[in-house]
Design a protein around this ligand. Structure first.
Ligand code: GLC
Length: 788
């Protein structure tokens, strides 16, 4: 509805009156109310209610109410033309007639402004919107789960969760809304930096980043307040930090969830599951997880086992656990509608009134895998608790993690396999309790988010000593608090391999670090070469899982022949060696919101070339990947921002004083990788699964900068329980310094957690391409050694 020329807008007029409040200003214009709230010196919240009454606060996406933020000082200047709020970082100018907002930094640099044809508006269908001027050199990133390249300038996007069933076309670069809605973006200008903008509205909403090329961008929602947060940077890291202060961060996952996961729709019966596990171990392809897709269930009834295919799930899971495997099982939200059967989940839910009803009070039904199904109302806390507790049957049988799928929710008007149309739950259907009553129009985008929350909280209750692993397809802003996210049903196409980079980086910028796409591609057939290139990159996805669709050929790493199997082994082994680094990156995210998988501009935004660079990514700050994503290519160009870079494979170093593009050889088994000078990477030994052995030996790969300095850190805890929340963890910082021609390495540890004793291998890479190795036999936490 938003992108229609039939919709017209009425902009806000003059301010009639205003009041200063504890945290800002409350203004009136006609019957409309506008509030400007200073959350912190760099975070400003703007709320606009056309009818004058602000909607009640919702408990969903934003973790903290305004009054729960620490007090903040600001001044108000009441000028004849404008009211100006000044904080320690920003000036917010509210022009009186017509009411228009300009936000600048304290040097006077305008960050965002509204021209005459911009501002807050109501549309002719009753929705709310906001238009802003668009500087010619501004770029836009984030927007949650999107296809296409990095920069979203000139694009327009809806926020309304859906399963793009038309697979290939619907999942390509031109796709609009997909499974997740995260109404957040980041605006960045070279030399100036930028800000983030979060539209805090769960209704159907949209962003138009100047589709018509008229010099404005806009955003709006079909209903509710136009409620947004402006998050000042100027650099991307500060913006993401602020956004994740609002919407929350991913708590540390169990370490095993960072291992490789092997999935297919579906592995069954039990003998096939055991065979996949055996193959992985025999072929020495490191993996932690086997994932069970829908066919483990009895007639697709959630929380059941098909006892013909899986006669004794507990015994199977125990056997797998002995080989170091953890089993993750899928759970969809649709519950089989079975009034005549003996299906406890349906009966309990129906008798407690837990399923969503149509406005006429009749239970809503639609088709999913089990046939006609009903849908729990996850907005109700009691439903979330009930659903969470249902996982007991899976946990009791030894299942370790849960995969939530089809939770947009994806519903069809006809049984699967019979042509039909997609069904949405009616917008007017009531959801939630009286305390937070809503209708489906307001909660549709929250369906998967609240299901994942219910799953996460259920797993914590049922298994208080183990961190949950939950994976979801659908979500909303804040989903990172409860689940990892994969990008749904991609295809075995080169374009989809390429697209995975900007797609996952966009998710990271939108606050969600634990992300991946199906390695090898879900639909379509693929090829050996495509799989090789895909696992080279996929071995570095924060969430690393191979998956494929029913009706496509098997796509496990060994089906493509020996060469590709060897490539798979090489990269999976490298992932396992890098787990200490990867786990530390997840810890860093939990502290400051930083993504694990990062676009280059996250650190190099002052270098304008990085603003469009979609095909190189950083894993943390130190490691850059430049994958090959086209068939037949055995070379690729690699952009090296100014600084020092070391070729991971050859050790050759580059010291571009300004950005430089090199041509890099990339034979089929080689993913070009570069380490930034100044980095120390902690690596462990090759393992077949994440906690196969203690971290011994610990290898410190040192890549000094131009001064001979380098830094790194390693976060450690038990990798599984919540003891770290009681302080049972440690962080070791490593610093390498060159003084008078000698090189010293120092370690300083904080925190009471004591890793098992270990040997440390020190590998100092030098700019001339040489390597100096040494060994330290006692790791006492704090030490210093001369290493060259
Ligand atoms: C959906 C999921 C896919 C899964 C399939 C069967 O298409 O996105 O990953 O394999 O359903 O459950």
């Amino acid at each position: 509805m938003f992108f229609s020329s039939e919709i017209s807008y009425k902009y806000l007029g003059a301010i009639d009156s205003f009041e200063q409040e504890e945290r800002g200003l409350l203004l009136k214009s006609g019957k409309a109310a506008l509030s400007i709230t200073v959350i912190t010196a760099g975070i400003i919240r703007v709320k606009f209610a056309p009818e004058g009454d602000f909607r009640p606060r919702r408990s969903w996406a934003v973790t903290r109410a305004d009054q729960d933020w620490p007090a903040v000082s600001f001044s108000l200047d009441e000028g004849p033309e404008a009211l100006v709020i000044t904080t320690e970082k920003l000036k917010v100018q509210v022009q009186r007639d017509p009411c228009r907002l300009t936000i600048s930094d304290l040097s006077g640099q305008i960050l965002v402004e509204e021209g005459l044809k911009d501002g807050l508006a109501v549309n002719s269908k009753g929705g709310v919107a906001c238009f802003k001027a668009m500087p010619a050199d501004e770029n836009y990133y984030g927007f949650g789960e999107r296809t296409s390249l990095l920069n979203k300038r000139g694009r327009r996007y809806r926020n309304w969760n859906r399963d793009p069933v038309d697979t290939n076309l619907d999942h390509g670069p031109g796709a609009d809304n997909l499974y997740q809605s995260i109404p957040f973006f980041m605006a960045l200008r070279p030399n100036i930096g930028g800000y983030g903008l979060f539209l805090n509205n769960t209704y159907r909403s949209a962003f138009d980043m100047d589709w018509m090329q008229e010099g404005h961008y806009s955003f709006g929602a079909e209903s509710g307040d136009l409620d947004y947060y402006f998050l000042y940077g100027p650099e991307p890291a500060t913006i993401v930090q602020a956004y994740t202060e609002l919407s929350g961060r991913t708590p540390l996952p169990p370490r095993w969830a960072l291992g490789y996961q092997q999935c297919r729709w579906s592995y069954y019966p039990e003998s096939q599951v055991l065979d996949i596990a055996r193959q992985l171990r025999q072929r020495r392809l490191p993996a932690d997880t086997i994932v069970l897709d829908i066919d483990y269930m009895d007639g697709y009834r959630v929380f059941s086992w098909d006892r013909t295919r899986f006669p004794d799930p507990k015994e199977m899971n125990t056997e797998l656990a002995q080989q170091g495997f953890k089993v993750v099982a899928i759970i969809d939200p649709g519950v089989k509608f079975e009034p005549e059967g003996n299906y406890k989940v349906f009966e309990e839910g129906q008798s407690q009134n837990y399923f969503i009803c149509k406005p006429d009070g009749e239970i809503f039904t639609g088709y999913v895998w089990p046939g006609l199904s009903v849908f729990p109302d996850f907005v109700k806390p009691a439903v979330r608790e009930w659903w969470g507790n249902l996982h007991k049957v899976l946990l009791d049988s030894g299942v370790r993690g849960i995969w939530n799928d089809m939770n947009e929710p994806a519903i069809s008007s006809t049984p699967f396999g019979v042509a039909g149309i997609h069904l949405d739950i009616p917008n007017e259907a009531k959801q939630g309790n009286p305390e937070e009553q809503a209708n489906h129009a307001e909660t549709h985008n929250l369906y998967g988010y609240l299901e994942s929350r219910s799953t996460y909280e259920g797993l914590v209750r049922l298994r208080p000593d183990e961190r949950p692993f939950v994976l979801t397809r659908s979500g909303f802003a804040g989903i990172q608090r409860y689940a990892a996210v994969w990008m749904g049903d991609n295809s075995s196409l080169w374009e989809h391999l390429e697209m995975s980079m900007p797609q996952l980086c966009g998710m990271g910028l939108s606050g969600v670090p634990f992300v991946g796409v199906d390695i090898g591609g879900f639909w379509e057939s693929g090829s050996a070469e495509l799989f090789a290139r895909w696992i080279e990159l996929g071995a570095f996805y924060p969430f690393s899982r191979g998956h494929s669709a029913e009706g496509t050929p098997q796509k496990e790493p060994w089906v493509w022949g020996e060469a590709v199997e060897a490539i798979s082994r090489k990269y999976l082994e490298l992932r396992y060696r890098l787990l200490p680094y990867l786990y530390t990156l997840f810890w860093e995210h939990s502290q400051n919101g930083s993504p694990v998988f990062r676009s280059l501009f996250y650190h190099f935004w002052e270098d304008a070339t990085t603003l469009e660079l979609h095909d190189q990514v950083l894993l943390g700050e130190g490691l850059m990947l430049a994958p090959v994503y086209r068939p037949g290519m055995r070379h690729r160009t690699v952009y090296l921002p100014a600084g020092e870079w070391y070729d991971w494979w050859s050790g050759q170093s580059y010291q571009p004083s300004q950005g430089q593009t090199i041509l890099q050889a990339a034979p089929l088994d080689s993913l070009p990788m570069f380490v930034r000078g100044g980095t120390i990477l902690p690596l462990g030994p090759v393992m077949q699964y994440s906690d196969e052995k203690p971290l011994d030996r610990l290898t410190l790969e040192i890549f000094p900068d131009a001064h001979g300095w380098a830094n790194g850190q390693l976060y450690e805890d038990d990798g599984l329980s919540f003891a770290y929340q009681q302080g049972q963890s440690c962080l070791t910082r490593y610093g390498c310094r060159q003084v008078e021609g000698k090189t010293y390495l120092q370690a300083r540890r904080i925190g009471p957690f004591e890793p098992a004793s270990r040997t440390i291998e020190i590998r100092l890479h030098l700019p001339d391409g040489s390597l100096k190795s040494s060994e330290l036999t006692v790791d006492s936490g704090d030490w210093e050694a001369e290493i060259a």
